[in-house]
Design a protein around this ligand. Structure first.
Ligand code: NAP
Length: 275
């Protein structure tokens, strides 16, 4: 029940109305009788710093930050984790006497991979160089992964690969079938971290996936993207986008409340809405 002691956890972004985070987190708060409420706020760019200040001033516990502010909001925090610094973006804020910036996207993806038996220090082919791809690739590279990365805008992809090389082996691969057929068989796991898949399309040629691959798509709407369907068809192990969504949320919860997240409750809430 909401009363005078109820604490706030917020989502700031634009748009936010489609977000599944309020559902996931409020189900967690309810199950543990935490007197808090998670609300989504659509914030205009010019009001981003005001929104962060306001949340701090009203003693909010924390916040999630989503598209398009994950990078810009970095300016308004006092402290960044090493990972967030490397990624250059945050999705989680904790208000203490300071404003802390964390990024749980990369670690959430690693948890989703690990529960499917994939080790972080193995080999990956990542599609994308946007916010999510940067978080996943950087976190994996920091854990010792070997990474092949492809992106439609080559400049963006190459810049990311240059940063990844600081940690280990990383190579940019042009996004065309000739190169994909050559390099995809060299990796254990393929990750789509682009928006392609939301539109029924797929960047991975059909017969470039084998049953030896693990295939992860971080797109969760729809859950069965064309990539996941192609992977299932050849008998590859698949990881759908709801797994990363669940684990990044659980990690944010743990940052805010310093206790284990009720992952099963969060998972049940999510299962009711993603298909
Ligand atoms: P973003 O920053 O806008 O990046 C979009 C990426 O997709 C870029 O690499 C972009 O390439 C690529 N792309 C877009 N259209 C393309 C096309 N037609 N052909 C080839 N590449 C294309 O987005 P984001 O925040 O990284 O999110 C990416 C996806 O991940 C979204 O669907 C989002 O919902 C999902 N996501 C899921 C989770 C989860 O927990 N499961 C978490 C975060 C995000 P260019 O650089 O060439 O533009």
């Amino acid at each position: 029940m909401i009363d005078g002691k109820t604490k706030l956890v917020a989502l700031i972004g634009n748009p936010v109305s489609h977000s599944l985070s309020p559902l996931i987190h409020n189900s967690a708060f309810n199950s543990l009788n935490i007197n808090a409420v998670y609300l989504a706020f659509k914030v205009g760019r010019e009001k981003l710093s005001t929104a962060v200040e306001f949340l701090k001033d009203v003693d909010a516990i924390g916040a999630n930050v989503t598209v398009p502010y994950k990078e810009e909001v970095v300016k308004y925090v006092d402290l960044l984790t090493d990972e967030a610094k490397e990624i250059g973006a945050i999705n989680t804020v904790l208000f203490t006497d300071r404003v802390e910036g964390h990024n749980t996207d990369g670690k959430g993806a690693i948890k989703a991979l690990e529960e499917a038996g994939v080790k972080a220090d193995s080999s990956f082919f990542i599609f994308g160089a946007g916010g999510a791809a940067r978080a996943i690739a950087t976190t994996l590279a920091m854990e010792g992964a070997e990474i092949f990365l492809s992106n439609r805008t080559e400049k963006r992809g190459k810049e990311l690969v240059k940063k990844l090389c600081k940690y280990g082996k990383a190579k940019f691969v042009p996004l065309n079938s000739e190169y994909l057929y050559r390099y995809l068989p060299e990796v254990e796991t393929i990750i789509n971290a682009t928006t392609v898949g939301m539109d029924g399309k797929c960047l991975v040629p059909e017969n470039a996936i084998s049953e030896k691959h693990v295939v992860m798509d971080i797109v969760y709407s729809p859950l069965k993207t064309e990539l996941i369907k192609r992977a299932e068809k050849v008998g590859a192990k698949t990881i759908t986008g709801d797994r990363m969504l669940l684990h990044q949320a659980a990690l944010s919860f743990e940052i805010w409340f310093k206790r284990k997240a009720p992952v099963e409750i969060m998972e049940t809430a999510l299962k009711g809405v993603v298909h």
